[in-house]
Ligand binder design. Structure first.
Ligand SMILES: N[C@@H](CCC(=O)N[C@@H](CS)C(=O)NCC(=O)O)C(=O)O
Length: 215
């Protein structure tokens, strides 16, 4: 079989694509990436329906099936390389819980502060609900780091870190206030070579999405 193909959106904007891309890269799982421009708000929808069962990216195309949903793709990556989840059963359960909390949560933070790696603006544009979501993320990160002793949320880099990676970039883009512990974690995350490579590629992209760049 050829390499799995990961369909992703623009690296500057596609937060959901970033997560499994990181899990696959950190896990050392070989794959090809296929980048599809994300649609403009109200613009013509690209043919993501032909790529993925949920008509969204990311999607991982295997020989026999295509896997939709970022967290499911991360789980597949962790089946190829089990070190993407912590070893101990309680730690593994907690890391899975952390990843699920991110996958289903923090809607106000996501709405107020769409991922835009290149941009530098400020948190004044965010609602109190969005800032409250960010403060909750900070509290969770700090608690998990205290419990594990770091350097990543559950010790070694895990799927949980990949799931929170786009939030790290949002804290930077929107200069969201954070604790010293969260700041140190963010510095470790952006220095991680695969995340640094994604950020460098995002910074080279020139396409703009007005809903994120002008709003
Ligand atoms: N729950 C999905 C969310 C995927 C998602 O919303 N992807 C966005 C790009 S980051 C998308 O495909 N948007 C295209 C559209 O809305 O038509 C996941 O975890 O993968």
């Amino acid at each position: 079989m050829g390499k799995p193909r990961l369909h992703i959106g623009d690296k500057n904007y596609s937060s959901w694509s970033m997560r499994p891309w990181l899990a696959l890269r950190v896990g050392g799982v070989a794959f090809e990436e296929v980048l599809h421009p994300l649609p403009e708000m109200g613009g013509a929808k690209p043919a993501f329906g032909a790529i993925s069962p949920n008509a969204r990216v990311p999607a991982l195309e295997l020989e026999d099936v295509t896997i939709a949903e970022s967290l499911a793709i991360c789980e597949w990556a962790a089946e190829q390389n089990p070190s993407l989840w912590p070893k101990g059963s309680s730690d593994r359960a907690l890391a899975r819980s952390a990843a699920s909390i991110m996958h289903s949560g923090f809607p106000n933070l996501r709405n107020d502060a769409p991922m835009n790696i290149r941009r530098r603006t400020d948190a004044a544009r965010m609602t109190q609900a969005g800032l409250d979501d960010a403060a909750k993320v900070d509290e969770l990160w700090s608690g998990w780091l205290k419990r594990s002793g770091g350097p990543f949320l559950f010790g070694d880099y895990s799927v949980a870190d990949a799931m929170y990676a786009p939030v790290v970039t949002r804290f930077i883009t929107y200069a969201i206030p954070r604790s010293a512990e969260a700041d140190r974690y963010m510095n470790r995350m952006v220095a991680e070579p695969h995340m640094a490579a994604w950020i460098a590629a995002a910074e080279k992209e020139t396409r703009q999405l007005p809903r994120s760049d002008i709003a």
